[in-house]
Design a protein around this ligand. Structure first.
Ligand code: CA
Length: 218
């Protein structure tokens, strides 16, 4: 799972990033409105953590802008503003949850999970796709009930493909999602992971769309 954190406070930002990483989330961190993306979509992040008091503007304006551009990614507002009015304003602007500072990182992690669960197409924690059962949180995959031994990259690859079975996921996107904090991996490396994953889950399940990417058959 890949998160976008928009928070200007250095200390808090570092602490959150560390806490999220421990929980298996990768997290990209921006500190100003000007560095935030104009739109956020599921192709890029799974959830946004948004501070409101930013040095060059208000996080709520950013949120309204995203929503007006049909960005449907869940957004959790993290803020020192604790009044009811602020809370209502945040929710009216399209926030999915609202967390008042100071809070324990563990609380944020559990809110993130709750929001992601709500957004998940399948509300249960197990994604069942034609004999494959994927448990994102437990990092576990079963095929006809048998637990598969997947490397972290193979697991991530399967997860990306399983978000929308039957839809093509572009190679460039997969290459980036397998290395969310750094340079996208080489296509040749991606192809190796795809071929290893195919060997483990059955070659017919991952379909190559030439020149575009891959899709998981549903
Ligand atoms: Ca702030």
């Amino acid at each position: 799972m890949h998160l976008l954190l928009i928070e200007d406070d250095l200390e808090l930002g570092r602490a959150l990033q560390a806490a999220l990483k421990l929980e298996g989330f990768s997290c990209e961190w921006r500190r100003r409105v000007v560095d935030a993306p104009a739109v956020v979509d599921h192709q890029w992040v799974d959830c946004v953590l948004l501070d409101l008091g930013l040095p060059d503007g208000d996080g709520l304006d950013l949120l309204r802008q995203w929503r007006s551009r049909a960005s449907a990614v869940p957004v959790i507002v993290i803020t020192a503003r604790s009044g009811l009015q602020e809370r209502l304003e945040g929710l009216d602007s399209g926030a999915d949850d609202f967390l008042v500072k100071p809070f324990a990182p563990a609380e944020l992690v559990s809110r993130v999970r709750a929001v992601l669960r709500r957004y998940a197409k399948q509300s249960s924690e197990v994604w069942s796709i034609g004999g494959l059962d994927i448990e994102p949180r437990a990092h576990q995959v079963r095929l006809q009930g048998q637990v598969l031994d997947l490397s972290p990259r193979e697991f991530q690859l399967l997860l990306e493909l399983a978000r929308e079975p039957g839809a093509v996921v572009p190679k460039g996107l997969l290459a980036q999602r397998l290395e969310p904090l750094g340079e996208a991996i080489e296509f040749s490396a991606l192809e190796v992971h795809v071929s290893n994953l195919r060997r483990k889950i059955g070659p017919e399940r991952i379909h190559t769309v030439r020149g575009v990417g891959y899709l998981l058959k549903d």
